[in-house]
Design a protein around this ligand. Sequence first.
Ligand SMILES: [Zn+2]
Length: 210
Amino acid sequence: MKSSAVKSVELDIDWAVQTVMPIEFQGRELHLEARAYQGVDPHCQAMVLIHRDNPSQGELPVVRVHSGCVTGDIFHSLRCDCYPQLQASMEVITTSPLGVMVYLPYHEGRGIGLVNKIRTYALQDQGYDTVDANVAIGAPIEARDYDLAAHILFDLGYSRIALLTNNPAKVNALRAEGITVVEQRSLIVNASPYNKRYLATKKERMAHLL
Ligand SMILES: [Zn+2]
C-alpha cells in the first residue's frame, strides 16, 4: 500500500528495469534482485539491490540508502569512509532475511558533484574542514535529497524500515518523505590517518553518531 503522504512526484518516477544480479561478496556468490529507477530529472538514477532469504510475513527490511562516491566506493579512497560503510552495509544486507541497498550515484560529494568535491579536497589540503571547504566554493554543505529513495521504498512496499546509517539527518530526511524509520542501526568504521579530520567534522559539525 502506498501512503497518502507520498507526493505527486511519485507518478513521474520511471520504474525502469529489473533483473537478477549475481555478485561476488567476500568470497560468496550471491544472486540479488536488481532494479534501476529514474526520477523526474533523468540525472537522478538509483540502483537497488534486494536480498531475500525466506523473509517472514511483515519482516522489517534492513535498508541502506548509500550516496555514491566514485573516489571512495570505487577507488577505496581513504579520505572518506564511504567504502567501509558500503562494505559494512552489504554485509548486513546480504546476511539479513530481507535487505535492501538503495545506491544513489547522483549524491556524489553530498550532492555537489565530483568536480566540486575534488575542489573542496584541494581546499582541505590547505587546512579547511569539510564544512568550511563547501562554504568557500559557494556549494551547499548538504545538497542531497531523499525523495527518490523514499519513492523507491514505497514502490517496493517498504514504508517501514530499519535504516543502516550514522547520520541522523538521513533518518529525518526519510521520515520527512513519509518513511517510518523504526530503527536506526549504526555502522562501525575505522578512522584512517586521512579521514580522521573528515570523521571528526562529521561528528562535531554534522551530528553523526560515530
Ligand atoms: Zn566518499
